[in-house]
Design a protein around this ligand. Structure first.
Ligand SMILES: Cc1cc2nc3c(=O)[nH]c(=O)nc-3n(C[C@H](O)[C@H](O)[C@H](O)COP(=O)(O)OP(=O)(O)OC[C@H]3O[C@@H](n4cnc5c(N)ncnc54)[C@H](O)[C@@H]3O)c2cc1C
Length: 397
């Protein structure tokens, strides 16, 4: 059925050949190795991981040795590029969105915060250990009472006390906090009102974690409520290049493209699942894929995927050229996540009743697209960023 379309194992159906035109052969080879490990060691664990809402240690255990933040044979500049990290997220999300999100919590959220927020000395001390997962971290920005309005609303406080700081407040939804060594906590300095970032050891006195239970999206990925009750940290744990929301926005702008890539990769996974199913399942004496109405849905899915790939590859290309703009990454996140919602619904639909069973894969993508739609900037917030750029008027409140 896909004989005339370009397919490439790590990338699925890449009709217009984005991966080949944007990645070096060495980078593609590294992602082939990743896809191989995902197929052999991760995919068999996924249904059970979903049912038990646990991400088996074997998942990251099989990915860490691949050293995907600086893979062997790949030039360091390319390995550190938005394009490579984007395609890495794409390949991960094409297999599973929880796995991609868990990996990105380290490679995207935490590493980017340290790289862009830390002093040269802090980056030198930590970056390579973060890349190798010797130091694990999380990104703790969202709060129970402040999600979309976090910029103005951030209520966690940091108070100078002698040589150090005392942090009080609460965080919500923090991915991977249970296994992190360090929590990158965003807190407002009571003295100057500016937001600062502190690398707080997870086991520091006064840090209390509670896992968020009963999720219906990204079930294996573990998210936490965190209470910070008089937590003492020293000045060295403060990231020295974050002093105000402008610096936080600089970090968010760089990391939002990673999520647009996840929203694109999950569409590739959903399309694979749909094509596989309609090729095998027969009704009215012929494969489902032979019906016009089914083919229209598949074509629409491929259209969504290809549009998304066009957006994220061009976004990464301009970011790798040094051009970071809120409205560009917001546009990419908004549009890819919106298309993803339609793509996964169509994948679920062409599988009929079996589309709600985990074994046929579409169900996982269907549920997971909902979290991606909301995290790192909801549809409305990203649309308002784009709207502000279009009109020159901020309409947030
Ligand atoms: C699975 C998952 C993982 C996450 N991981 C992390 C993490 O690791 N670290 C972290 O810091 N955060 C994390 N988050 C938090 C995430 O970024 C927030 O959920 C997101 O920013 C939205 O905030 P909220 O959920 O509080 O929604 P709210 O802000 O309460 O919004 C609810 C709805 O109201 C809409 N809305 C709000 N204000 C307006 C307005 N002015 N105009 C129009 N509509 C509006 C929103 O768009 C949304 O549709 C995660 C979230 C999820 C679901």
């Amino acid at each position: 059925m896909t004989a005339t379309l370009r397919t490439d194992p790590p990338f699925g159906i890449d009709a217009l050949g984005f991966a080949e035109s944007r990645l070096s052969p060495a980078a593609r080879a590294a992602l082939h190795r990743l896809d191989d490990v995902l197929a052999r060691e991760v995919r068999p664990l996924l249904a059970e991981a979903w049912e038990t809402a646990t991400l088996p240690a074997a998942v990251l255990g099989s990915l860490i040795p691949l050293d995907l933040m600086r893979p062997e044979g790949v030039d360091a500049a390319e390995a550190g590029s938005s394009m490579f990290s984007g395609f890495r997220n794409y390949v991960l999300a094409r297999t599973d969105v929880s796995v991609a999100t868990a990996y990105n919590a380290q490679s995207g959220l935490f590493r980017t915060t340290v790289r862009l927020g830390g002093s040269p000395e802090q980056v030198a001390a930590l970056d390579s250990r973060i890349a190798g997962f010797e130091v694990r971290g999380t990104f703790a920005l969202t709060e129970p009472e402040h999600g979309s309005d976090i910029a103005g609303g951030l209520a966690t406080t940091a108070r100078r006390d002698g040589d150090g700081w005392v942090i009080d407040g609460a965080k919500r939804w923090i991915g991977g906090a249970g296994t992190a060594d360090l929590l990158a906590v965003f807190a407002r300095d009571v003295a100057d009102g500016r937001v600062k970032v502190f690398l707080v050891p997870r086991d520091a006195e006064g840090v209390h974690l509670t896992r968020i239970e009963r999720k219906v999206s990204l079930r294996p990925m573990q998210n936490f409520d965190i209470v910070l009750d008089g937590v003492r940290v020293d000045e060295e744990s403060r990231l020295q290049r974050v002093d105000g929301w402008r610096d936080v926005a600089r970090i968010l702008r760089a990391m939002r493209s990673d999520v647009a890539w996840i929203a694109t990769g999950l569409q590739a996974g959903a399309l694979d699942a749909a094509v596989r199913y309609v090729t095998e399942r027969e009704q009215f004496g012929r494969p489902l894929g032979g019906f016009q109405l089914v083919q229209e849905k598949l074509a629409r899915m491929l259209g969504n995927l290809t549009s998304s790939l066009g957006i994220v590859t061009q976004l990464s290309a301009i970011q790798d050229g040094g051009d970071f703009r809120d409205e560009n990454s917001a546009l990419a996140k908004m549009q890819t996540a919106r298309l993803a919602r339609e793509t996964v619904a169509l994948a679920r639909e062409v599988q009929g009743g079996n589309g709600i069973v985990l074994d046929n894969d579409a169900a996982r993508f269907f549920a997971d697209a909902e979290a991606v739609y909301s995290y790192e900037g909801t549809h409305e917030m990203t649309a308002l960023i784009v709207g502000r750029a279009l009109t020159g008027t901020s309409a947030f409140a």
